[in-house]
Design a protein around this ligand. Structure first.
Ligand SMILES: O=P(O)(O)OP(=O)(O)OP(=O)(O)OC[C@H]1O[C@@H](n2cnc3c(O)ncnc32)[C@H](O)[C@@H]1O
Ligand SMILES: [Mg+2]
Length: 171
């Protein structure tokens, strides 16, 4: 059974591989459109992007997984949010949300101006390609939690729901 991730970002594909390769699944990443803003600005837009990515990925395998990051206001505080969607050829859809972490106030203006967090966090941290490495979450947690760790948590939540609802691999 082939599992396809709707992105070629190595932390997204790496997270799915980390959970599903040991279970014997073939995992591949493909570039598909999220059909939302490059920087989603709400939970609703972020989960929609993940859903589009899962649907796009499903064309290339038996299971499609979409992982999407965004930002969301809670009261006056901007938070980093992450969502995952898993879709099967049989028409099942599973959703899971990940960690929420407050973003420093210094980042808010640039994000409100439409600059992607991936670009803003590089300048803020004085690091490069943060989005395909430790992620904003790595910068903000002194590297205790990486962006891949964060997506792994979501993949476990998605896969666990899929297993519970399928006949193939229930323990
Ligand atoms: O190739 P894709 O799959 O698009 O990978 P991406 O890094 O752009 O990932 P998303 O589109 O899901 O992320 C939406 C935006 O949020 C940014 N972002 C979210 N979480 C991040 C993190 O932990 N570190 C750096 N950038 C992050 C990202 O750079 C985008 O601007
Ligand atoms: Mg993107």
């Amino acid at each position: 059974m082939k599992v396809v991730v709707g992105s070629t970002n190595k932390v997204k594909v790496g997270a799915v591989k980390r959970i599903l390769t040991p279970q014997g699944y073939e995992v591949e990443g493909v570039d598909v459109l999220s059909q939302v803003s490059d920087q989603p600005f709400s939970d609703a837009e972020t989960v929609l992007g993940a859903s589009h990515r899962a649907q796009g990925a499903l064309a290339f395998g038996d299971i499609g997984i979409g992982l999407e990051a965004g930002v969301e206001y809670l009261n006056d505080q901007l938070f980093l949010v992450n969502w995952g969607v898993l879709k099967t050829k049989e028409g099942q859809t599973f959703y899971a949300g990940g960690t929420r972490l407050p973003l420093p106030d210094e980042l808010r203006d640039a994000l409100e101006d439409g600059i992607e967090l991936g670009d803003v966090i590089d300048g803020y941290s004085k690091r490069q390609n943060v989005r395909t490495n430790e992620g904003a979450i790595g910068v903000l947690t002194a590297d205790f939690v990486s962006r891949e760790d964060n997506f792994c948590h979501i993949v476990r939540l998605l896969w666990g729901q899929f297993v519970r609802n399928s006949n193939c691999c229930r323990k």
